[in-house]
Every structure is written in structure tokens, then in C-alpha cells.
Design a protein around this ligand. Structure first.
Ligand code: MN
Length: 202
């Protein structure tokens, strides 16, 4: 079945403390839709068309070369945005607890150290991309990727991630990406991050 944009699990204005409603609407209804449409177009008629998007990205090197860049950008965009909507929420913010907090302490020493690294990776990503926290098979790592590249392409599983494309913040923050990243922590849904980590660990 062709990919579809999943419905946003909260209203457009639910994340106002960090992201304005108009940005959410354009981002979800227009940008994410375009990634889905272009991924479907690229994969149409190939053996990859009915595969889960995560499988396609994990196997990106096996995707035919003539469509690989389009798939990388657009299936990547679809997976990244579907993930992004899930790990934010109106009741987000605060600090992680339980297994997430323990895994963060193991890898980074403290939540404030992780926060600083994810923010810094996002601020310093030149051009467009994402700042991630991933499960690498034995622990957490933080890094950024360019464009719509997914940690799945590296065999990693994203557990936290923030979109630093200008389309994610420009209406409210213009060129102030650090301000957007600073506010973004207030909408992180740590319960959802906990589910991502648990399923990554298997
Ligand atoms: Mn985006």
C-alpha cells in the first residue's frame, strides 16, 4: 500500500508553547504530504513499494540507483516526520525518568549534558537536517544528519529527534534556530520517547 501521512495526534495549536499552529499545519499537511507523494512516485512499480518505510531506509543501499536519491530524501522525510509528530505532545516537557533517564545518564552523564549536546548538534548542522538521539544497539548516541537522512540508514534506531529545517521554525523564530531548539524541549513527550527506546532495545 502506498504511504500516507498519519493524522497529527493532537490539534495544530497543541504545541504553541514551542511551535505555532500555522507552522504545524503547513509542516504536516504540505511538507510531510510532499515527502509522501514523492516517495510513492519514486517507489511505484518497484518491489520496494509495499515495504514498510523503515525497511526501505535500512536497506537504502540495495534500492535501485536510479531512484535511490529520491527514496533517500522522500522516504527519509516520511519516516522522520512521522517519528517527529509522535515524540512531541501538548503535555510534553520536563525531564525524562525511569529507563530513559538511566540510558541518558549512562551515555551522557546527565540530562542537562544530553540536552546541551542535542541542541548544539542542531544549532551547528549547516543548512537543513535533524538532530538525533539514537539507540546504536548497545547504548544511546547523539548526532545530526543532513537533509532527510535517517539514522535507520546507519542501522541505528531513533529515540529522540528534532527537525532543524527552516520550514520547522521560520514563521515564529526566523533565523533564530537556537531559540526554537531551546523552546522545543517543552514539547518533548518523554513517555513516547520511552516507548521508542523500549522497542529499539527489543
Ligand atoms: Mn520538516
Amino acid at each position: 500500500m502506498a504511504y500516507e501521512v498519519p493524522p497529527l495526534p493532537y490539534p495544530f495549536d497543541a504545541l504553541e508553547k514551542a511551535i505555532d499552529a500555522q507552522t504545524m499545519q503547513i509542516h504536516h499537511d504540505k511538507h510531510h504530504q510532499a515527502y509522501v507523494d514523492n516517495a510513492n512516485k519514486a517507489l511505484d512499480g518497484t518491489e520496494w513499494a509495499d515495504r514498510p518505510v523503515e525497511d526501505v531506509l535500512r536497506s537504502i543501499d540495495s534500492v535501485p540507483e536510479n531512484i535511490r536519491t529520491a527514496v533517500r530524501n522522500n522516504a527519509g522525510g516520511h519516516a522522520n516526520h512521522s517519528f517527529f509528530w509522535e515524540i512531541m505532545g501538548p503535555d510534553g516537557g520536563g525531564e525524562p525518568s525511569g529507563d530513559v533517564a538511566a540510558a541518558i545518564d549512562d551515555a551522557f552523564g546527565s540530562f542537562s549534558a544530553l540536552k546541551e549536546q542535542v541542541t548544539q548538534n542542531g544549532v551547528t548542522r549547516f543548512g537543513s537536517g535533524w538532530s538525533w538521539v539514537v539507540w546504536d544497539g548497545s547504548g544511546l548516541q547523539a548526532y545530526s544528519t543532513a537533509n532527510q537522512d535517517s539514522p535507520l540508514m546507519e542501522g541505528h534506531v531513533p529515540v529522540l529527534g528534532v527537525d532543524v529545517w527552516e520550514h520547522a521554525y521560520y514563521l515564529r523564530y526566523q533565523n533564530r534556530r537556537p531559540d526554537y531548539l531551546g523552546a522545543w524541549w517543552d514539547v518533548v513527550a518523554w513517555d513516547a520517547v520511552g516507548h521508542k527506546l523500549a522497542s529499539a532495545r527489543g
